[in-house]
Write a protein that binds this ligand. Sequence first.
Ligand SMILES: Cc1cc2nc3c(=O)[nH]c(=O)nc-3n(C[C@H](O)[C@H](O)[C@H](O)COP(=O)(O)O)c2cc1C
Length: 220
Amino acid sequence: MTEINKQQVLDAFHFRAACRNYDPERKIPQQDMDYILELARLSPSSVGSEPWKFIVLQNPKLREKIAPVSWGIKHPIQEASHLVIILAKKNARYDSEFLRNALVQRGLTPEQMDATIARYKSFQQDDIKILDSERALFDWCSKQTYIALGNMMTGAALIGIDSCPIEGFNYDEVNRILAEEGIFDANEYGVSCMVTFGYRNKDIKKKARKPVEQVIEWVK
Ligand SMILES: Cc1cc2nc3c(=O)[nH]c(=O)nc-3n(C[C@H](O)[C@H](O)[C@H](O)COP(=O)(O)O)c2cc1C
């Protein structure tokens, strides 16, 4: 493994900033984009559910279609080298085929499977309380996708690639447009968030952050 030190990581965190102006001439090499997507795939998720899909939307016509309802993308939509739409799984209930398959993949015995599903039931029902609405269940999966989002942006910053997370869009419209195009099955998945990648073509104003005392508390 290549040596990496704390200062390099901190430098990457200072370098990363919401990028709203990309150089339209500079495209991210395929191997760098593969590396960013691999960081998403390797990200942790609650109960190892991996409740996500990453759609790399490079088709200019489709980008154009979502642009009018994506007010949070501040630059012309074609300027971002890459645009990733992150989908979250719908209805990932403890007894769903989806979660069952995740357990099969881990090689659980039938007894272990029953015990794990019972544990997931009480977790989803009594502990984290997400079985009351489809929305709550979807948001639970959506939360997992934000871990992948963060990892992608950090990993990109470490190799000098800019990014911007995007929640500024009409969810119903983007879901409708992409599902109508056959990009995903709207019964199975919904859009969680987006993220653009590329190379800045303007300096970005220095980060404003709350002081340490306001956000970190040690309880000893
Ligand atoms: C989940 C999430 C959604 C965001 N959505 C948008 C967006 O739609 N458009 C945008 O320009 N910035 C968006 N941002 C960027 C934030 O405004 C930005 O991260 C914040 O102001 C802090 O600035 P920094 O990222 O440069 O440190 C989003 C950030 C996060 C974390």
